[in-house]
Design a binder for this molecule. Structure first.
Ligand code: GLA
Length: 734
C-alpha cells in the first residue's frame, strides 16, 4: 500500500517500491518527521516521536525535524511558513488537525491538515506517492479563514529531512551563460547552503535540484536522497545541517522580496517539490527522475524530430531566399523540422530593435512567411518559429505605444539587458496581448513548433498592485501568468510542440517541463563543452528533452576543431538538431551528416524512452561514455568519446550496465541505418582499421551481458576527439 496510516500511534507511512517515508504526531500535536530511506517497519519508528530537550538554549531539538514547521517558538531552523497576522503577531504554532485519504482523492494521495492553535489559518500538506519510481510529490495549500488579511512572508513547498549521516555530501549544479549545468559535490557541514534564484527565472547559476548522500555514493551504488522543485521564477532551496546532526532541506518560491497578502477566504498553493530516495547511486537517481518526467510531468510526445535551426547560420540577417537554401540542404541531411530563429519580425536587424513587434518583416519576407513555410513543407519538413514574448526593445512600436507595460519603478531608469526591458506579465492587458499575438501566429500559419525564449533577468520589479491595500508578489505573478499562457496555448493548439529556452538553459525545471516538450540547455554548442553540460543536465533531467545541435568547426565560441563524427555523437545523446551554416557545407559533409541523421532516427527511441547509464565522465579522465538501454533490455546504444590521447593508449574496455547478464548481445547496425562510416570515426578514420579486430566491437561480435558488464566492451578510440557509436541487440539463444 502506498499510504499507511497507523491510527493508534498517529503514524503515517508513505511506501514506495524501495523506500519508506514516515512521520507522525507527537504529544504536543505537532507533525514530526521520523524516517526516510530503505523500507522499515513504520510502527517501530514511534519511539522517535518522543520530545528531546538538550538545554534552555536548544529547548526542543525535535523542532528541527518538524514535517512542516512554522516560524514561532523555538524554531530557529529555516521555517516552512512565516506569517504576520493583522494584529502584529508573528508567531505561528501549527498543530495537527486530521488527514484525508481515499474517497475524493486518488489512492496514492494523502492530505494532512494543520492549523494555527489560535488563528484560523489552515495548512494542507499534500503528498502523492509515485510508488514505482520511489518518489513523493509534495506541495502545500495555505488557507486564510480569518476575517482579516494575513501577510505571508515565506511559504515553502515542503521540508525534507534526510537521516543523520556522519558526513553528508551535497551534489548540485551551478553555471552561467554558455556554461550551464556544471556539477558540484561538496560536504554539507553545519550551517546553511542556499541554492536559489532571485533573477525572475530558474537561472543558470543554480537549478532547483539537489542530491544528498553519505559521502560514499557513486554512479552505481549508495544511498541518495534527492529532490527537484517545479518553479520557474525566484526559487530557494535551503540545505541546513544542524549541530545535532540533522539535515533538513526546505524549498519553494523564494521569500526574497516576495511577501504577499492573503485576503479573507483566500488561499495559496505552492509549486510541487518532488523528493526521492534510492540505494543504487546517482545513476539510479537520474533514471528515476527521467522516468518520472516522461510518465508524469512532460506534456506530449517524447520522440524528438530532427530539427534544423538557422540561428547560428544567419543570426539576425534572415531573408526568405537564404532560408529556402538552408531548408533545401536541411532536407537533404534528413531534418524533419525547419526552425527560423530570431530576426524574422518587425525591425529586428539586431538585438537593438524590434522585439515586441510580432509582424513578419516585409523586406525579409516580401511574399509573407507562408512562402517559406510552403517550401519547407514541400521539402517534407514541418515549420518552427522563435519568439520571445516576455520582453520588449524600447526601440519598438510596442514600447512606444505601451511604455507602461514594462516592470518599472517611477524614480528609476530601467536597466537594459541585451537592449531590452521585461514586460509585466501580471498586467491583464499584457497577458492578453501575448496570448492574442501567439494565437494569431499559430492560427494564421502552419506552425508545428515554437521556441519560446527569455533573454534577460527581471530588474526593477515594480508594478502597481491590482488590488488596493494588498501586497502582491510580482515574482510569483509573472510565473503564474507564464504558466497560464502556456497552458492556454497548449489547449488551443494541441498539435504544436514547445521548447523552453532562456538565453540558453536558464529556464528548465519541473514546473516548465509540465508545458514544454523540449528544452534548449545551452547556447554553447561546442560538442566537447556540451558533453560536460549535458552530463550535468542529465543528473536531474531526461535526455528526451535535451536539445543538442551540431554546429560549425572551428567553433565560434572557442575556435575548437572537432570532427563531424564527434559533433554528431555528442548531439545524438539528446534531441538532435543541426545549427551550422549548411549552405556552405561540402557535398561530402552533407552526405556524412545524412548518414548520422539516418542512424539517429533508428536509435532515438532509446534516447527518448530508454534508461540512461553514464559509463565514464570527463570529470574523471579523458573518456566520456553514455549508454542507453531499452526498457526490455534488448537494445543498447553506446556512445564513447576520447578528448585527448596520451602515450599511445587507444584501447579501452567500457563496462556496460543494465543488461541481462545471461543475454547474448550482438553488435549490429540498427535496422534501416546505412552502414558505411557511421559506426564511428575520429575524423582521421584511424579506428576503422584497428590492429586487433578480434577484440574490437565490430559488427557481428557477440558477448554475454555478464561479460559486457564485468569485463567490458572492447573499443578502440584513437587520437584526440575520437568518438564511437556501438549498437547491440539481444538475441535469444538458439
Ligand atoms: C538566445 C537563444 C539562442 C537564440 C538567440 C536569438 O540567446 O538561447 O538560441 O535563439 O537568443 O536571439
Amino acid at each position: 500500500m502506498p499510504i499507511n496510516v497507523l491510527e493508534a500511534s498517529k503514524i503515517f507511512e508513505l511506501r514506495t517500491k524501495n523506500s519508506s517515508y514516515v512521520f507522525g504526531v507527537n504529544e504536543n500535536g505537532t507533525l514530526q518527521h521520523l524516517y526516510w530511506g530503505e523500507p522499515v517497519e513504520a510502527a517501530e519508528c514511534a519511539d522517535l516521536l518522543r520530545l528531546r530537550h538538550h538545554s534552555s538554549f536548544d529547548a526542543e531539538v525535535n523542532r528541527e525535524r518538524e514535517e512542516y514547521g512554522g516560524w514561532g517558538g523555538t524554531l530557529y531552523a529555516e521555517p516552512c511558513l512565516k506569517v504576520k497576522f493583522q494584529n502584529g503577531v508573528r508567531d505561528l504554532r501549527l498543530r495537527y488537525e486530521g488527514y484525508e485519504v481515499g474517497s475524493r482523492l486518488a489512492a496514492d494521495d494523502l492530505i494532512v491538515r494543520l492549523h494555527d492553535e489560535y488563528y484560523r489559518l489552515r495548512v494542507e500538506l499534500r503528498y502523492r506517492v509515485i510508488e514505482k519510481y520511489d518518489l513523493i510529490e509534495r506541495s502545500v495549500t495555505i488557507v486564510n479563514e480569518e476575517d482579516v488579511p494575513v501577510r505571508i512572508d515565506q511559504v515553502m513547498a515542503a521540508a525534507w529531512s534526510a537521516p543523520a549521516e556522519p558526513s553528508v555530501r551535497l551534489t548540485h549544479v551551478t553555471g552561467r551563460w554558455a556554461g550551464e549545468y556544471q556539477l558540484r559535490r561538496a560536504p554539507l557541514t553545519e550551517g546553511k547552503k542556499v541554492l536559489e534564484s532571485r533573477q525572475g527565472f530558474t537561472g543558470a547559476h543554480a537549478n532547483p535540484w539537489f542530491a544528498l548522500d553519505d559521502g560514499k555514493a557513486d554512479e552505481l551504488s549508495g544511498n541518495v536522497w534527492f529532490g527537484a522543485l517545479g518553479w520557474s521564477g525566484n526559487w530557494k532551496i535551503v540545505l541546513e545541517s544542524s549541530t545535532f546532526g540533522q539535515v533538513r532541506v526546505v524549498g519553494g518560491v523564494n521569500d526574497f522580496d516576495g511577501a504577499f497578502t492573503l485576503g479573507p477566504g483566500e488561499s495559496y498553493t505552492s509549486p510541487v517539490f518532488t523528493g526521492g530516495f534510492v540505494s543504487g547511486g546517482f545513476g539510479e537517481m537520474s533514471r528515476k527522475l527521467h522516468n518520472y518526467q516522461r510518465d508524469y510531468v512532460l506534456p506530449g510526445s517524447r520522440e524528438r524530430k530532427v530539427l534544423y535551426n538557422s540561428w547560428e547560420a544567419t543570426e539576425f540577417a534572415v531573408n526568405v531566399r537564404e532560408q529556402i537554401e538552408l531548408a533545401k540542404q536541411a532536407a537533404r541531411i534528413g531534418a524533419e523540422r525547419f526552425v527560423v530563429d530570431d530576426g524574422w519580425f518587425g525591425a529586428r536587424h539586431s538585438d537593438r530593435a524590434g522585439l515586441g513587434d510580432w509582424q513578419v518583416n516585409p523586406q525579409k519576407f516580401p511574399n509573407g512567411l507562408q512562402e517559406l513555410i510552403d517550401e519547407v513543407k514541400r521539402l517534407g519538413m514541418d515549420f518552427g518559429l522563435w519568439v520571445e514574448p516576455e520582453s520588449v526593445n524600447p526601440d519598438s512600436e510596442l514600447y512606444r505605444n505601451h511604455p507602461d507595460w514594462v516592470y518599472q519603478f517611477p524614480t528609476r531608469e530601467g536597466t537594459l539587458l541585451r537592449n531590452q526591458l521585461m514586460l509585466n506579465l501580471g498586467k491583464p492587458e499584457v497577458k492578453a496581448f501575448v496570448l492574442e499575438f501567439m494565437t494569431g501566429l499559430l492560427s494564421t500559419y502552419d506552425i508545428a513548433f515554437i521556441k519560446w525564449d527569455m533573454n534577460r533577468t527581471i530588474t526593477e520589479p515594480g508594478a502597481i498592485p491590482l488590488r488596493e491595500h494588498a501586497e502582491e508578489s510580482v515574482w510569483i505573478k509573472h510565473v503564474d501568468s507564464l504558466y497560464e499562457i502556456w497552458a492556454e496555448l497548449r489547449r488551443r493548439f494541441p498539435r504544436v510542440e514547445f521548447e523552453t529556452c532562456a538565453g540558453g538553459g536558464s529556464r528548465i525545471d519541473l514546473g516548465m517541463l509540465r508545458f514544454a516538450d523540449q528544452a534548449w540547455i545551452s547556447d554553447n554548442t561546442d560538442a566537447r563543452d556540451r558533453l560536460t553540460i549535458q552530463e550535468g543536465f542529465s543528473y536531474a533531467y531526461s535526455p528526451s528533452v535535451m536539445m543538442c545541435w551540431v554546429t560549425e568547426s572551428p567553433h565560434g565560441l572557442n575556435g575548437r576543431r572537432l570532427p563531424l563524427s564527434f559533433r554528431f555523437h555528442s548531439a545524438m545523446l539528446g534531441g538532435l538538431g543541426i545549427g551550422a551554416n549548411i549552405a556552405r557545407w561540402s557535398e561530402a559533409e552533407i552526405v556524412e551528416a545524412n548518414r548520422y541523421v539516418a542512424l539517429y532516427k533508428q536509435v532515438r527511441h532509446l534516447v527518448a524512452e530508454g534508461d540512461l547509464y553514464r559509463l565514464a565522465s570527463f570529470a574523471e579522465g579523458d573518456v566520456a561514455a553514455w549508454q542507453y538501454v531499452s526498457r526490455d533490455r534488448d537494445e543498447v546504444a553506446v556512445f564513447a568519446f576520447r578528448q585527448a590521447q596520451y602515450f599511445g593508449d587507444t584501447e579501452l574496455r567500457l563496462r556496460l550496465q543494465g543488461l541481462e547478464p545471461d543475454g547474448r548481445y550482438r553488435v549490429e547496425m540498427p535496422t534501416g541505418a546505412v552502414a558505411a562510416g557511421v559506426e564511428g570515426t575520429n575524423g582521421n578514420a584511424a579506428d576503422e582499421h584497428t590492429d586487433n579486430p578480434a577484440a574490437e566491437a565490430h559488427t557481428g561480435a557477440v558477448w554475454h551481458g555478464s561479460t559486457l558488464m564485468r569485463l567490458g566492451l572492447p573499443l578502440t578510440l584513437a587520437g584526440d576527439y575520437a568518438s564511437r557509436f556501438v549498437y547491440l541487440r539481444r538475441h535469444s539463444v538458439t
